[in-house]
Structures are given as C-alpha cells and as structure tokens.
Write a protein that binds this ligand. Structure first.
Ligand code: HEM
Length: 182
C-alpha cells in the first residue's frame, strides 16, 4: 500500500459493507427457516424475498469488488504478527468468494428447479417436492456454514483489534465525522 493510503474506507465502500452485513443478517435466518418448511404455496413469498435480497447482494458484492481496485483504500490492518496478518487477507478474499458462491448457487438452484416462473411469473406451478434432488441445493447448504464460520472469524478479528489492540480499527469502516478527520 502506498504512503498516501487513506485513513478510512471510501463512503461508498462503507455503505456497501454495512448493507451487505444487514442483508446477510436477514438471509441466513430466512434461508434456514425456509428450508424447514414444506414446499407448498405458502413458501413462495419467502422464496421471493430470499431471491430478491440475494440478487441485491450479488449486485453489491460486484460493485464492492470493482471499487476495491478502483478506489484507494487504507493499508491492510496489522495485528503485529505476520501469520495473523496473512490470515486476515485470506479471510477477506474468501468472504468475497463465498458470498459470491452462495448467490451463484442460489441462482443456479432457482434455474435448475424452474423457480423463477413460479415466484415472479406466478405461474401457479407446484414447487419441486424436494430441493435436495438438485446438486446446487447441496452446494448452497454446504457453503452456508462455511460462510457463517468466516463471518465469525471476521467479526472476531475486528473486535480483537477494537477492544484488545485498542487501535479503533472499526472507525475505518465508518463515515468521516467532521472536517479535519482523516
Ligand atoms: C449471500 C446470499 C445468500 C445467503 C446468505 C443464503 C442463505 C441461505 C441459507 C442459510 C439457506 C438454508 C441452507 C440450509 O439450511 O441448508 C438457504 C436456502 C435456500 N436459498 Fe439461499 N442464500 C443466499 C442467496 C440465495 C439466492 C440468490 C437464491 C435464489 C436466487 C437462493 C435460494 C435459496 C433456496 C431456493 C433455498 C432452499 C430453501 C429450501 O430448502 O426450502 N439463495 N439460503
């Protein structure tokens, strides 16, 4: 990272980051709740919400990734340990990758199971009796806990920086408070 690296993330990156957090916070319980329901007509509204929010996440994650290379960003945080710093970088890339795979497996499942005409076209066709006949459903279900684990690691690292190293790392992922703030 250059000497001129900013002290905090660009406001668009901050917005995308916290929007992703909110959306993932909704998507995990929603997906888990849905998967326990029978595949009858009562599930269609939840599937519609899940699909729309998932598609919004896809747009945000692509925008974030493009911004990552387009905008200057703060130097990579250091915990004072080369290995931990390396893990931090890997976790960031894996987060992007797994969120992306989660969305792609969800969209592939919708296509395989012909869900789009049912949920958006209101075609009246019945949902497949069991989504697990589709390999993409297995993938979606396997990636979900892996992503959840990475999120726990990511949050744990942020809290470690904030409250153990006391380096106020979280302020980098928030908006500038007043003129004069870097
Ligand atoms: C980052 C985005 C997403 C997250 C975090 C997410 C999360 C989840 C979770 C946790 C489950 C339950 C997994 C399980 O218990 O095995 C699930 C199921 C499901 N998701 Fe997603 N999902 C995402 C994106 C999508 C997208 C974009 C679509 C469709 C376009 C989609 C369609 C589905 C479907 C059809 C199910 C199966 C529900 C069932 O088994 O009854 N998901 N999702």
């Amino acid at each position: 990272m250059t000497k001129n690296a900013p002290a905090r993330y660009h406001p668009s990156q901050v917005t995308f980051h916290w929007l992703t957090v909110v959306l993932l916070f909704v998507m995990f319980p929603l997906g888990t709740f849905m998967s326990r329901l029978p595949n009858d007509a009562g599930k269609i509204t939840l599937l519609t919400v899940h699909t729309i929010l998932g598609s919004i996440i896809l747009i945000i994650i692509i925008a974030r990734f493009i911004n990552r290379f387009r905008l200057p960003r703060p130097a990579h945080a250091t915990a004072g340990n080369v290995f931990l710093d390396w893990i931090g970088k890997v976790v960031h890339y894996l987060l992007y990758m797994l969120v992306f795979l989660m969305v792609v497996s969800g969209i592939s499942l919708s296509l395989q199971a012909s869900l789009l005409p049912i949920i958006f076209g209101r075609s009246g066709a019945a949902l497949p009796a069991d989504f697990y006949v589709f390999v993409t459903r297995m993938l979606h279900g396997v990636i979900a806990p892996m992503l959840a684990l990475l999120i726990v690691l990511h949050v744990g690292a942020a809290l470690y920086h904030q409250f153990v190293l006391n380096d106020n790392l979280l302020s980098r992922m928030w908006y500038k408070k007043k003129t004069g703030d870097q």
